[in-house]
Design a binder for this molecule. Structure first.
Ligand code: CDP
Length: 213
C-alpha cells in the first residue's frame, strides 16, 4: 500500500509547526519538519565560519559531509557527520538570518527533497515547510497552506523571544527561483490571525475527513 502525506506549507511564524505537530500527535503520524533540515545545513555552514552567500563553498561542503536523517519519537532528526544539532541551535538568531540564503541553492534543495521523499516509504506522515504541496509531494490531495497577517506573525515570533526578520525571510523565500513559497492551486488556505490552535486543528481535521483521509 502506498503511504499518504499531509502537506502543510506557509510563511514563517504562521503557526504551521504547532498545527503540524499537534495533528501528527492526534493522528499518530510521523512529523517531518523540513525547515529543520535547511536549518541543519545552515548551522553547519556557520559552525565552520563559512560565508552562507558563497555558493561554491557551500556546494563543496554539501559533498564533504554525511547528512543523516532519522525518525525518532515520531519526529525527524537531522545529523551532520553524526552530530545532532539541538533544536535551540537550529533556531538561533544566526541561523534565522542565513537560512534563506542556503535554502535558495538548488543543489541543497535537491539533496533535502530526496531525503524528504524517502520518509514516505516508512509510513503516513505530516510534513511542514514551504514547498511540500508544490514540489515535494505535488500529487497528494491533502494540502494545507497556513498563513496569518504579517503583524500577527511578527508578534508571535517576538513572543518566542527570537530575533527573526520574518517578513524579510518570507520575501527571500517567495522570490527565489527554485521552489518558492507559494500556495498550491489545490491547497486549503487557512488564515490563523484570529483563530486559536484548537480552531485551526478542527478546520484541518474536518477538511481531511471531507477529503477521505
Ligand atoms: O519555523 P519557521 O516557519 O520560521 O521556519 P522553518 O520552517 O524552520 O524554515 C526555515 C527556512 O527554511 C525558511 O525560511 C526557508 O528558507 C527554508 N525552507 C524551505 O526553503 N523549504 C522548506 N520546505 C522548509 C523551509
Amino acid at each position: 500500500m502506498a503511504y499518504r502525506a499531509i502537506a502543510i506549507d506557509g510563511p514563517a511564524a504562521s503557526g504551521k509547526s504547532t498545527v503540524a505537530r499537534r495533528l501528527a500527535e492526534q493522528l499518530g503520524l510521523t512529523m517531518v519538519n523540513s525547515g529543520a533540515m535547511y536549518r541543519a545545513v545552515t548551522w553547519e555552514v556557520l559552525r565552520r565560519e563559512m560565508d552562507p552567500g558563497d555558493t561554491p563553498e557551500v556546494l563543496k561542503l554539501l559533498r564533504q559531509v554525511r547528512w543523516g536523517c532519522v525518525i525518532r519519537d515520531g519526529a525527524t532528526i537531522m545529523s551532520v557527520d553524526g552530530v545532532e544539532p539541538a533544536m535551540s541551535e537550529l533556531k538561533s538568531d544566526a541561523v534565522n538570518a542565513s537560512v534563506s540564503l542556503i535554502a535558495r541553492i538548488p543543489e541543497v534543495r535537491t539533496l533535502l527533497v530526496e531525503k524528504q521523499r524517502e520518509f514516505l516509504e516508512l509510513g503516513d506522515l505530516v510534513m511542514e515547510g514551504r514547498d511540500i504541496g508544490t514540489v515535494v509531494f505535488p500529487s497528494t490531495p491533502f494540502k494545507f497552506y497556513i498563513t496569518a497577517s504579517e503583524e500577527v506573525r511578527a508578534a508571535r515570533r517576538a513572543a518566542e523571544g527570537a530575533a527573526d526578520a520574518v517578513s524579510e525571510r518570507d520575501k527571500q523565500d517567495s522570490e527565489r527561483k527554485v521552489a518558492p513559497l507559494k500556495v498550491a492551486d489545490d491547497a486549503v488556505v487557512i488564515d490563523t490571525s484570529e483563530l486559536s490552535i484548537e480552531q485551526v486543528l478542527e478546520q484541518v481535521k474536518s477538511k481531511l475527513n471531507e477529503l477521505g483521509w
